[in-house]
Structures are given as structure tokens and as C-alpha cells.
Design a protein around this ligand. Structure first.
Ligand SMILES: [Cu+2]
Length: 106
């Protein structure tokens, strides 16, 4: 019975791992992209960056959170402003999250 108890403990330990891993940004495989809904919290058109509250991005190893993204082309930030609802695609070639496509939602 001791072995069963240990097994159960291991299963429980593994079961909690995904929740702890939610804010790690190192689990995406090369070339992975994720498309999700988001809301622009703070956009910086000059730098081509934006703080975005985003939904699930499982392919990039992330749950919903608010974080900073870089636009692939700073021109993509044109026409977007704080508070805008968007649908966007991002990839993570290195340490930075890069927005490759963005569409403003009505
Ligand atoms: Cu994130």
C-alpha cells in the first residue's frame, strides 16, 4: 500500500506542474505560433511594442496573462490604441514575443 500512496503523490505533484509553468516563456518549440484574442493595455508606436492582455497561447507555453509584445513591423502599431480589442498571432524566435499578425476587432 505504501507504493500506491507514493504513486498517488507523484501524480498529484505532476498535476500541479502546468499551473506553475504558466508564466514560463521557454517551452515553445522553434517556429511555433499561437493566435489568440487580446486587449491592448499600453501601446508604444515609436518602439513598436505593446503591453497586451492575452488569452491562452498553448503553443507558446502560456496561459492568459498581460505581457509585452513587439510588433514584427512597427507599422503594424499604426491605427491601434490603448483599450483596443484585437485578434493576433505571435511567435517566439528568441526571448521576445513577436506579433506577426494583428487584426482590430469591432
Ligand atoms: Cu506570456
Amino acid at each position: 500500500m505504501k507504493a500506491t500512496t507514493l504513486f498517488t503523490a507523484l501524480v498529484l505533484a505532476c498535476g500541479t506542474a502546468p499551473a506553475l509553468a504558466q508564466h514560463q516563456h521557454g517551452t515553445a518549440s522553434a517556429g511555433a505560433t499561437a493566435t489568440t484574442d487580446g486587449e491592448i493595455r499600453k501601446i508604444d508606436p515609436a518602439k513598436g511594442t505593446a503591453l497586451i492582455k492575452h488569452g491562452d497561447m498553448k503553443a507558446l507555453g502560456m496561459g492568459p496573462m498581460t505581457m509585452s509584445f513587439k510588433f514584427k513591423d512597427p507599422k503594424m502599431a499604426a491605427g491601434l490604441k490603448d483599450g483596443d480589442k484585437i485578434r493576433f498571432t505571435a511567435t517566439m524566435p528568441g526571448d521576445d514575443l513577436i506579433v506577426t499578425e494583428v487584426k482590430k476587432m469591432p
